[in-house]
Design a protein around this ligand. Sequence first.
Ligand SMILES: [Fe+2]
Length: 277
Amino acid sequence: MCHDSEVATAQLGSTAGPVRSQFRHGLRLNFAQPGSLRHWPIGSGDLEVLDLFPRSILRGSLEASLLSELLQLSGAMLQQPEHYRDASVKLAGQLSQQREFRPDHPAVQKLCSSVLLPGCERWIRHVIDRQPPQGRGPWIPGHYELNMIDVWLNCQRAGDYNPTHTHGGSFSGVVFLKVPPQLNARSFDGQLCFHGPEEWNIQSFRTGMAQYVLPTPGDFYIFPAWQPHSVAPFRGEGERWSLAFNVIARPRVGPATPTPAQANISLSNQRPQVRGF
Ligand SMILES: [Fe+2]
């Protein structure tokens, strides 16, 4: 029987170490060495915490030379924006300028072919290869293709913002090109935020489903197009430039012959038309 005067104490030297515990009403635990709680042996059994439903978002950094080329190109675009197609008509952002890159520009081609499309491929392999073979659908190497369908430049000034939104296609992402120096991790100003299905509510400690990202020039993020995200406004001088894109992943329709292991799956790449993905 528990008594109020008893204080609960658990000392966890390691995942396999001894556990000493006393409990009282209200169950307070004092951990001498926090951080080893995934496996917590109790009695003859073993309890394990399952952290379920993670979001997979790919992060990387551009080479300095490619960042420099894209900065030069973006500067030229913003000096003569009328020479580039206005992207704002189909975008949610309330930004000073949103202009489409020309896909045949060498820097854009290099970015797409050597960074962004391989990044989408890396995301697919990371996520899909953790599925059993029967659950991988058409996303087997050689059985699908990735196509870049949109690449555009965002120029954000003080007060501009991008409300919570998703994208069309299969993958989207952002490359940060230029960031005003006053943006820092002590405020939400100018930060990209990835949203989960629950609202942020600090009063109830519900903070795990809003992940803020401080933009750093050269850093890029790739995520599924359905992933809700937003960009907070910022205060002060300067411009925040970012490149955004959309990619479609499409099962290849064609000559591939299914092996017996692939034949019994619901998302077959053997369907005559691409539908329903
Ligand atoms: Fe977006």
